[in-house]
Design a protein around this ligand. Structure first.
Ligand code: PAF
Length: 282
């Protein structure tokens, strides 16, 4: 596996691959890999001739009071894991390489970004779309794989790609869960034993919602009341529990195909999100 540190070297590599008529699959990450990331890499490998994983803890998507400073990092372990997956290139630029001091451009998707996570994380999605746009320009992938745990991020990136006529296929990978149901996340390492137990209310609430949909419940308001009650049984703070359309992110009053149950809670100091497309089998 090649480790590339600068955008110029990365683009030179991409140009060679494309000139040979081959394709590039990209997995954008902030590192500290877990099984969820490895599955994204396997998907990218299936879809393209070459796999590039970007590893960049993107400072501009973190708010002033967020966890940029303590975001978990382990570069040598990440290299070993990516190499074992058969990744061709790990692109790991420095902050100055991605944002030279004169940089003053932001890519922003409006509307979809000021609800749900965007409501409590102003500027977060502009940070995400800016870095993803830059990665697409630098790496020139034909497909890019993102986890569905960040389902709002996926919706925003799909919107950006459609709005900008970008010729890159965006692939959403199903959420990968721990055996006890907790959605995998690099931030799970922040949780104490008791916090981790409390966090299981997320997957319990999702299982309950799926059951209620199977039973034929159609009123979103009733389901939300039940979900909130379930979450409140644990020592967590609910940031939001919403039933929204998966593409527009608008709240739905009637449970129907395309509805997503989207949850965000705080367990101690750790913010966790989870979601489920209630009508889809998985
Ligand atoms: O999902 C993430 O890890 C990040 O938001 C991403 C897409 C790599 C952009 O920094």
């Amino acid at each position: 596996m090649e480790i590339i540190r600068t955008p110029a070297a990365m683009t030179a590599w991409a140009n060679r691959i494309l000139a040979a008529g081959q394709t590039i699959g990209l997995v954008p990450t902030m590192g500290f890999f877990h099984e969820g990331h490895l599955r994204l890499m396997r998907t990218a490998k299936e879809k393209a001739d070459h796999t590039v994983v970007s590893l960049f803890v993107n400072p501009i998507q973190f708010g002033a009071n967020e966890d940029l400073g303590k975001y978990p990092r382990d570069f040598s372990r990440d290299c070993q894991l990516a190499e074992a997956e058969g990744v061709d290139v790990l692109f790991a630029p420095g902050v100055q390489d991605m944002y030279p001091s004169e940089a003053c451009t932001r890519v922003m998707v409006s509307g979809l970004t000021d609800v749900l996570c965007g409501a409590s994380r102003p500027g977060h999605f502009a940070g995400v779309t800016t870095v993803v746009a830059k990665l697409f320009h630098i790496i020139k992938p034909q497909c890019a794989v993102f986890g569905k745990k960040d389902f709002q991020q996926l919706a925003v990136i799909m919107r950006m790609v459609a709005d900008l006529n970008w010729d890159v296929e965006i692939v959403g990978h199903p959420i990968v869960r721990e055996p006890d149901g907790l959605a995998m996340s690099s931030r799970n390492t922040y949780l104490s034993g008791t916090e981790r137990q409390a966090a299981l209310c997320l997957s319990r609430a999702i299982a309950h919602a799926r059951r209620r949909v199977r039973e034929g419940l159609v009123e979103a308001e009733i389901l939300l009341q039940e979900v909130e009650w379930l979450l409140q049984q644990e020592a967590v703070t609910i940031e939001y529990a919403s039933l929204v359309d998966q593409a527009t992110l608008r709240p739905l009053a009637v449970l129907q195909k395309g509805v997503v149950l989207a949850l965000a809670i705080k367990v101690g100091a750790t913010r966790l999100i989870d979601n489920d497309t209630l009508f889809e089998e998985h």
